[in-house]
Write a protein that binds this ligand. Structure first.
Ligand SMILES: [Zn+2]
Length: 388
């Protein structure tokens, strides 16, 4: 028996655009699984999907170690290395066509991947083949797209689209099929889009008709947008990484021409319109970009940003818990607090249903009934996130 006067019990977060890597240098992604799983758990995340993998086997191995109780961390829906066409990432494969896409999905599924992520340069035939192979195995495919439009991906059977509407190239008038016109070109059209206009409504209808979920990753975009507060949790970073991020943060503040000044509030409005129309909006944080998105802290921040987008605190909490569970097909076990469900809980001081910022005050996290002390988890990695 625990006296929880003045506190609130919430279901643990179920967040779906997480990573076990972090940008540590130009085009270099450090594999920080060891520290990240502790930070996610400390922040109240009890289930997460990695939204793309830059390493190969680590996501699957950590998933198994956590499942067997040998590591502290959230349950992981582990995503395979990205499915991408020819690209400039040293750590990513270049797909060689639809047969290769099928082969990659089959290989990584056999190695333990439980979901897949298509990336910016994939071709339609490759995406179609990957979706077919994944679905044959009962697995889902999401995408951070560019070369393929959201509408085309919906027709090809994709299950989920990442980053709200900011990766949509559906409205680029001179777009060539299978070619990414540059994320900036798409974003220019999105920033100018009317959430009440017919073109946007037609795209939303298409996504709803095909049961495509949409992931909100406002936390990563906030770090690109001038005039926003410093993100929480920077103190856990290795001092050099913290310094680098703060220098970048200062440059972002000074950039009065940034496309995100318009794009960020617009994406909030578009995501809200998608959810209002009946779409399944799910949440993640995406600790990549230019850094500064810190696991655990960012998951709490993501809910604050959903409230800023116009959701009530309870709706935001539902997006970060039950909606994620529904997407993963695990809502019978997780995502709400109910008799018969798994004891994945977080205890926070205050009442986040009245004041969403109270989600930052996590005092205890239970995963499958086992309690963890967030302060101790954070202390164990403080100042070292960047090394491991
Ligand atoms: Zn990502």
């Amino acid at each position: 028996m625990v006296d929880l006067a003045g506190r609130t019990a919430l279901p643990g977060f179920v967040m779906v655009h997480e990573h076990l890597y972090y940008p540590t240098g130009p085009g270099v992604y450090g594999q920080l699984g060891e520290s990240f799983v502790r930070l996610y758990l400390a922040g109240g995340v009890t289930t997460m999907r990695t939204g793309g993998n830059m390493n190969g086997f680590m996501d699957f191995k950590l998933k198994r170690l956590i499942d067997s109780g040998q590591r502290a961390g959230p349950a992981i829906d582990a995503t395979a290395p990205y499915l991408n066409g020819p690209n400039n990432f040293d750590q990513l494969h270049d797909l060689k066509g639809p047969d290769d896409a099928r082969k990659q999905v089959a290989y990584w599924a056999d190695e333990g991947a439980t979901s897949f992520k298509a990336y910016m340069n994939i071709r339609r035939d490759e995406l179609g083949a990957a979706v077919e192979e994944a679905h044959k195995r009962g697995l889902k495919v999401t995408g951070h797209l560019c070369s393929v439009t959201y509408a085309e991906a919906a027709d090809l059977g994709i299950d989920n689209l990442e980053h709200g509407f900011t990766a949509s190239t559906d409205f680029v008038t001179d777009k060539q099929p299978d070619v990414c016109p540059g994320q900036g070109s798409g974003q220019k059209t999105i920033a100018a889009l009317d959430e009440n206009g017919a073109p946007f409504k037609a795209l939303v209808k298409k996504l709803l008709d095909h049961h495509v979920a949409l992931t909100s990753t406002l936390t990563v975009f906030e770090t690109f947008t001038p005039g926003r507060p410093e993100p929480p949790g920077l103190d856990v970073l290795l001092p050099q990484l913290k310094e680098e991020f703060l220098a970048r943060y200062a440059r972002t503040q000074a950039n009065k021409e940034s496309a995100y000044i318009k794009l960020f509030p617009k994406d909030l409005a578009l995501e809200r319109a998608f959810a209002k129309a009946g779409g399944l909006l799910i949440a993640g944080t995406d600790p990549t970009g230019g850094g500064g998105v810190i696991p655990g802290y960012s998951n709490q921040r993501q809910l604050e940003l959903l409230v800023e987008a116009g959701f009530t605190p309870l709706e935001a909490i539902t997006i970060g818990t039950l909606n994620g569970a529904k997407y993963l097909g695990r809502e019978a076990k997780i995502g709400t607090i109910a008799v018969g469900k798994q004891a994945d809980l977080m205890i926070v001081a205050g009442d986040p249903s009245a004041n969403i910022a109270d989600v930052r005050k996590v005092e205890l996290v239970f995963k499958q009934g086992v309690g963890f002390d967030p302060a101790k988890l954070i202390e164990s990695v403080k100042g070292k996130v960047g090394l491991w």
